[in-house]
Design a protein around this ligand. Structure first.
Ligand code: ATP
Ligand code: MG
Length: 85
């Protein structure tokens, strides 16, 4: 397999709400090489949008994100997306 351009490692997202903590996605890992396409399939509420929004840094600021998102190798945090634009 070609060297991955995007690496998602053990990605989890939780949303603290008034009454509980909503676990939206838990321990997701995948790699993508340049030019590859990945389809994400799952029932409503399974976390497809939350996964995608986490990768592009567009989750609400209340979201608690753990794990690693690596693009071209450096780890990018939610705070550092602005530096990529
Ligand atoms: N801002 C938020 N605050 C609290 N919970 C949220 C928030 N956004 C998403 N969730 C919860 O995270 C989980 C995953 O939702 P997500 O929207 O990623 O599902 P989905 O797979 O995209 O569903 P659909 O097929 O309906 O688009 C759901 O339980 C959802 O209620
Ligand atoms: Mg969705």
């Amino acid at each position: 397999m070609n060297k991955p351009i995007l690496e998602i490692q053990n990605l989890s997202v939780e949303f603290p709400t008034k009454n509980e903590v909503v676990g939206a996605i838990k321990d997701i890992s995948f790699n993508l090489a340049a030019g590859e396409t990945l389809g994400i399939v799952g029932e409503s509420g399974s976390g497809k949008s939350v996964t995608s929004l986490a990768v592009i840094g567009l989750l609400p600021t209340t979201a608690k994100v753990t794990g690693n998102i690596l693009f071209n190798n450096p780890r990018i945090s939610q705070e550092s997306y602005v530096n990529l634009l």
